[in-house]
Write a protein that binds this ligand. Structure first.
Ligand code: SF4
Ligand code: SF4
Length: 372
């Protein structure tokens, strides 16, 4: 009973009027057992939620749609994080998620990759270590540090920053996971430990301004790291400013029809809608077209909230597949993204669904790097 009270207190569910707008907007409610309205009902009135055996709790992508749709500012997805926390605390956790968490603790990344190879992608690019002093810390993130495909995004951003003469550095092998997904799968203890470690690291390097590749790192530094008094920007915000100030100019052009997919952690959760579009539209030769579901109505790619670590995902059934039909319906040949999770999830879905010959998935920085 004590645990249940603290759960209710933490989630402030009492304002809920059971209107169902949260479940109506939830992208996962159409394809899984997840029903956030019903969970809230159970938590409040039906004797409490027993999370044991509720596999659907791992289906939540933490997209934030339910939070946006709720007319009473309940913050429905907090309940899922709280319920996941009870499962994690009790040791009831899917094996692949447990392995990712163990890897974060031991190696500083969720993919069992060697920490001393974290900055290999930057070899020969002339990127300095932040210890040498720099105006801006480029926080690369786990996926762009280790994944071959996402490394191309990090390299493109480096090219762009160098072209604009930005004084920036990276943490190199000292960089560790930002832990956005660690918090969202309910591992609060590990999240707290890592936050403390990163805060001390940033302080020791004299960091005042961070730009991130990933909206997930951006979100957690901006909203979840208590006491982190630094300027935090997603790269789209920073690069849009460079273009606007005339510090980054284009020398080439891209004659392509491009549409843009809003990542949940950049758009819905942090309101960054215009800057990515401004960048794409500023590239000479580009014809920009919008899909139907955009900005705060954007479809979730299904990669967030620990879903990347969840082995139950079938690429052919992912929401990403539906997204390609929208891309084709507006006649775009490129779907631009601004998130490593979206990039990998969409590429996997494109291959699984046979869309890869019709639509290219490219990060905005890859597009910019091709035109400078
Ligand atoms: S949208 Fe808000 S008020 Fe409506 S059922 Fe969901 S949590 Fe309750
Ligand atoms: S955060 Fe997204 S996936 Fe999770 S319950 Fe809310 S709407 Fe559904």
């Amino acid at each position: 009973m004590e645990a249940e009270q603290s759960l209710l207190e933490r989630c402030d569910l009492w304002a809920c009027i059971q209107c169902g707008k949260c479940t109506g907007g939830c992208p996962m409610s159409f394809k899984t057992e997840l029903n956030i309205r019903r969970l809230i009902y159970q938590a409040l009135l039906d004797g409490g939620v027993n999370a044991d055996g509720m596999d659907e709790l791992w289906d939540c992508t933490a997209c934030g749609t339910c939070v946006l749709r709720c007319p009473k500012e309940v913050g429905p997805s907090d309940l899922i994080v709280a319920l996941r926390t009870t499962l994690v605390d009790g040791g009831v956790i899917p094996p692949t998620i447990r392995d990712a968490l163990t890897s974060v603790f031991r190696h500083g990344n969720p993919s069992l990759m060697p920490p001393d190879e974290r900055a290999d992608w930057a070899e020969a690019l002339g990127v300095k270590d932040i210890s040498e002093g720099a105006d801006v810390l480029y926080f690369v993130g786990c996926i762009p540090s280790y994944d071959d495909r996402a490394q191309k995004v990090a390299k493109s951003l480096v090219k762009v920053l160098q072209k604009a003469d930005v004084d920036f550095g990276i943490l190199g092998v000292e960089e560790k996971c930002c832990c956005n997904e660690v918090r969202l799968v309910g591992e609060e203890g590990l999240f707290g430990y890592m936050v403390e470690e990163q805060r001390e690291l940033f302080e020791s390097k004299g960091v005042q301004h961070i730009i991130t590749t990933s909206p997930h790192c951006f979100n957690t530094f901006k909203n979840e790291y208590e006491g982190l008094n630094l300027k935090v920007q997603h790269y789209t915000e920073f690069v849009a400013e460079l273009i606007e100030q005339g510090k980054l100019t284009f020398t080439g052009e891209l004659n392509q029809v491009i549409t843009y997919h809003d990542p949940c952690f950049l758009g819905k959760q942090n309101g960054v809608f215009d800057e990515p579009r401004d960048i794409i539209k500023s590239i000479p030769g580009v014809e920009f077209r919008e899909m139907d579901r955009i900005r705060d109505r954007s479809l979730c790619c299904e990669g967030g909230g620990g879903r990347m670590w969840w082995e139950g995902t079938n690429p052919e059934e992912q929401l990403a597949t539906a997204r390609f039909e929208e891309v084709l319906s507006v006649g775009a040949d490129v779907m631009a993204v601004a998130c490593p999770f979206c990039l990998l999830t969409f590429e996997l879905a494109a291959k699984a669904g046979g869309y890869d010959e019709k639509v290219q998935v490219l990060d905005i920085m890859e597009l910019v790097a091709r035109a400078i």
